[in-house]
Design a protein around this ligand. Structure first.
Ligand code: GLY
Length: 355
């Protein structure tokens, strides 16, 4: 078990990573949420039967009264009605500003638990306990919280940092293979944009990291540090943090056009693959490096292309949060560890993506 410090400018916190990490929950909650009498555990229908009792016991053992809210698993639940139900649950249970929320689940859960905490009584504490690889390496850390609206994913939300993130590697054992693979989309993204050492480690592991718990813990910790190194410079996504959106401008369009039936990490992988090809065509990335990047994605069973048209990408990107004023922030990688933010007009993006 190890702890990585996450130095977000508005709030520094620990990310505890390891097999059995959830056992620190009770003590840490007492320490970090002084005066707390109640906690709301937010989780979903796939995770509740596996881990809700375990988490509840940890909190009750520390003398905290626990209420839970279990929503229907899936991106379709990530809307304002689910958040309103959480607010009401807390109000009915008599929560005060010293009480707190626990997000137990994947990215949909940690995003919503964070948003409910950010908004209830103008902000109460949240403890994140991610159970998917994607949530451990990305969604639960860094303070982005929110919900989807008809016009797009994560269009409403708040920056709200957790008090602690507890990443119990043993929880990954029950993750379906395709959900684990989805998380690899964000792992590979970090390797491409900031961490050539991680890229080499993933290459050496030759596609099998799931079975080796120590290696998995190492890889999760490297990802947490990678994200911390970016967020500490730009918490509110006005500058460098945008590199974490590599593959996302295209990925979000593919995801939304599928009615959120295609998994986020898979759509991001497709977006990265399309960007790699476009960067080679534009002379920004050499063909050998591009092949190395795509080989790594294939090694971890990630797709590297999609049949979406450049026109559809540009039309979709115009509705995305990554659009600022008239331009779209596009993330380019010209060598592992070197990402660049380039502002493009819709016309420039169309030219850049067209074969
Ligand atoms: N997932 C991208 C970010 O946290 O900025």
């Amino acid at each position: 078990m190890r702890t990585v410090r996450f130095p977000a400018p508005s709030k520094e916190y620990d990310v505890v990573i390891g097999n059995g990490a959830v056992s620190v929950l009770g003590t840490e909650a007492k320490k970090l949420c002084p005066g707390a009498l109640k906690a709301l555990i937010v989780t979903e229908t796939n995770v509740a039967p596996l881990y809700l009792d375990r988490v509840k016991n940890e909190l009750e053992g520390a003398g905290i009264e626990v209420t839970d809210y279990v929503f229907e698993a899936g991106e379709k639940s990530k809307g304002i009605e689910t958040i309103a139900a959480m607010w009401n649950r807390m109000a009915e249970a008599g929560f005060t500003r010293t009480d707190f929320v626990v997000g137990l689940g994947g990215g949909v859960t940690t995003d919503m638990a964070g948003f409910a905490a950010a908004t209830f009584l103008r902000g109460i504490s949240v403890i994140q306990i991610p159970t998917s690889l994607l949530a451990m390496v990305d969604a639960s850390i860094g303070g982005k919280t929110g919900i989807d609206i008809a016009k797009g994913k994560n269009q409403v939300g708040a920056f709200w940092q957790p008090s602690i993130v507890i990443e119990d590697i043993s929880f990954l054992k029950t993750l379906p293979d395709e959900v684990f693979t989805e998380g690899m989309g964000e792992v590979v993204k970090h390797a491409f944009i900031v961490d050539p050492e991680l890229l080499e480690k993933l290459e050496r592991a030759n596609g099998s990291i799931r079975e080796d718990e120590a290696l998995l813990e190492d890889i999760v910790a490297m990802n947490v540090s990678d994200k911390a190194s970016v967020v500490k410079e730009d918490e509110n996504d006005n500058g460098r943090r945008q590199i974490l959106n590599y593959g996302h401008t295209i990925g979000h369009v593919i995801e939304r056009d599928s009615g959120y039936t295609k998994p986020h990490g898979i759509c991001v992988a497709k977006g990265m693959g399309i960007m790699i090809d476009a960067c080679v065509r534009a002379g920004f990335l050499d063909a050998g490096t591009a092949e190395r990047m795509k080989d790594l994605m294939k090694l971890y069973k990630l797709p590297v292309s999609d049949d979406i048209t450049p026109e559809a990408i540009v039309a979709g990107a115009m509705n995305d949060k990554k659009k600022r004023g008239g331009s779209i922030s596009v993330i380019l990688v010209n060598k592992p560890g070197q990402a660049e933010i380039k502002k493009m007009s819709p016309e420039e993006l169309l030219r850049f993506l067209s074969k």
